[in-house]
Ligand binder design. Structure first.
Ligand code: SAM
Ligand code: SF4
Length: 326
């Protein structure tokens, strides 16, 4: 079993397979193109799997593939199959922007993927294009339909932004309810790579919008999930709110992140990371496990996103979401 320096059991590994992306979401990536990590610096699936296998043998039973956009990495279904073949009981999920899903969903399902989280910030083509900086909506909606059709469990992630998609919270909620998918509203997390002019909505504001149409009741957190669940009294639909500015899920944090270059990241907010790249390239699993032990020992107690408006001079997380996979 993996235990961190604060006594928390870590059983959840998020693996970013690439930091590249076919979108440029305003809240995640800089507007101007920038240089990507050279392809030769990326760990191969075999190298990533060497570490993942060791982590699974130590008690990791929940794995999420993420990115950047994970579907940009060739042969992703082979990688998924490697993990699933090692332990078919592992809760194997992926987070994607959905653009490439119409073609990929059947292969992913056949390889053993169980669940998908798909990002959907708007049901309006022009707003979706403004956020992703590309005309994406029809592909994403077709991707959602394909994933449901092949029998993948789907959750939707939406990041509400003031003056951009904040009037669509109820539309997205109703769309997800009609399709039998859970939606999770994620508070915008300020970071240095995002468009500076963006204003996120805090959890209370998101809930107020929903209360304009529905009566809601708090259900609470599901285990170690960062999502706080609510139920709509009128129709029994359950949705989630991820509010990292509150930190209250940090005390049950069960996760660790591995980037495509082989950095182990103990907390989404902080820059701290340690590399296992050299070790897995040499096939030295023992040395990689020692790095993991050190990272777990030093895992921070909580993130530093604060409630309320950002103040001038206040520290902003420099962590890039497209590297860590959110
Ligand atoms: N490209 C995939 C996608 O968009 O679903 C996976 C990677 S993306 C970094 C993972 C999740 O992080 C997405 O649901 C995205 O909305 C969320 N995300 C990215 N930047 C964020 C930010 N600044 N605040 C809150 N959520 C963010
Ligand atoms: Fe790409 Fe996902 Fe970041 Fe959007 S949120 S730019 S889709 S990695």
């Amino acid at each position: 079993m993996l235990i961190d320096g604060h006594g928390r059991t870590v059983n959840y590994l998020r693996v970013s397979v690439t930091e590249r992306c076919n979108f440029r979401c305003q809240y995640c990536m800089p507007e101007k193109p920038f240089s990507w990590v050279p392809k030769e610096n990326l760990l191969s699936f075999e190298e990533l799997f060497l570490f993942i296998k060791a982590a699974m043998d130590e008690g990791v039973d929940k794995i999420r593939i993420t990115g950047g956009e994970p579907l940009l990495r060739e042969d992703l279904d082979t990688f998924i199959k490697m993990i699933n073949d090692h332990n078919p009981d592992v809760d194997l999920a992926m987070t994607t922007n959905g653009f490439l899903l119409p073609e990929a969903a059947p292969r992913l399902k056949a390889a053993g993927l169980k669940r998908l989280n798909i990002s959907l910030d708007s049901l309006k083509p022009d707003i979706a294009a403004k956020i992703a900086q590309k005309d994406v909506l029809s592909h994403v909606l077709a991707g959602i339909d394909k994933a449901l059709e092949v029998g993948l469990k789907v959750k939707i992630n939406m990041v509400p932004l003031k003056g951009i998609n904040d009037e669509e919270i109820i539309d997205i909620l109703d769309y997800c309810r009609q399709k039998g998918m859970k939606v999770r509203f994620i508070e915008y997390m300020e970071n240095r790579h995002a468009d500076e002019s963006l204003k996120g909505m805090h959890g209370k504001e998101i809930l107020s919008k929903i209360k304009e149409k529905y009566t809601i009741r708090a259900l609470g957190r599901e285990g170690a999930s960062p999502s706080f669940n609510y139920i709509i009294e009128e129709n029994g639909y359950e949705f989630g709110l991820i509010d990292p500015h509150k930190h209250d899920f940090c005390e049950s944090c069960n996760r660790i992140r591995l980037t495509a270059e082989g950095f182990l990241i103990p907390c989404l907010y902080f820059d701290e990371a340690m590399s296992i790249a050299e070790h897995v390239k040499k096939g030295d699993v023992e040395a990689a496990s020692q790095v993991l032990a050190k990272v777990l020992k030093d895992k921070p107690k909580e993130n530093r996103w604060i409630e309320g408006e950002m103040e001038e001079g206040q520290e902003v997380s420099s962590r890039a979401f497209y590297e860590t996979g959110g």
